[in-house]
Design a protein around this ligand. Structure first.
Ligand code: ATP
Ligand code: MG
Length: 139
């Protein structure tokens, strides 16, 4: 059975563009409960580690620079089937291909600066939540 938890970041583009409130509203409207939430900034080392799985991809350097370029909002979200349902809520990686009404379609700038992150598995959701939050910050 799929888990109830996913992890998200509102990325530096969407924070800089003033979309924190609108994106949290979309997340709430889609039925997710906020279990943890903070405004923070990734160091270059944090961003490298977080996206290590992409270290061989040509866009890795650009991705690390972008993700550490300004504040982000990190959050742990709860809902039945959280990982899959949240990826539906955010839409395709490339906003040009994202479905109407999805967070990336509404708020992303480009395939690289695409407004939000969503975990891709239950296992990674837990790893990512623990990367950003201590036990006492998750409710
Ligand atoms: P995320 O992991 O951030 O939720 P995703 O799972 O939709 O996004 P991934 O394939 O995991 O997509 O890629 C991670 C991130 O790397 C993307 O969200 C995007 O910011 C960046 N990225 C992916 N493909 C490209 C590309 N072709 N050019 C530039 N950046 C890219
Ligand atoms: Mg991914």
């Amino acid at each position: 059975m799929s888990g109830k938890i996913t992890f998200t970041m509102i990325k530096p583009d969407a924070v800089a563009d003033g979309h924190i409130g609108a994106i949290l509203g979309k997340i709430s409207e889609a039925g997710f409960k906020i279990k943890a939430l903070k405004l923070t900034q990734l160091t270059v080392a944090d961003a490298k580690k977080f996206y290590e799985v992409h270290s061989e991809r040509p866009f890795y350097g650009e991705l690390v620079d972008f993700m550490s370029s300004g504040p982000i909002v990190a959050a742990v979200l709860e809902k039945d089937n959280a990982v899959e349902d949240f990826r539906t809520t955010i839409g395709a990686t490339n906003p040009a291909e994202a479905a109407e009404g999805t967070i990336r379609k509404l708020f992303a700038r480009s395939i690289g600066e695409n407004a939000v992150h969503g975990s891709d598995s239950d296992e990674n959701a837990l790893i990512e939540a623990q990367f950003h939050f201590s036990g006492r910050e998750i409710f």
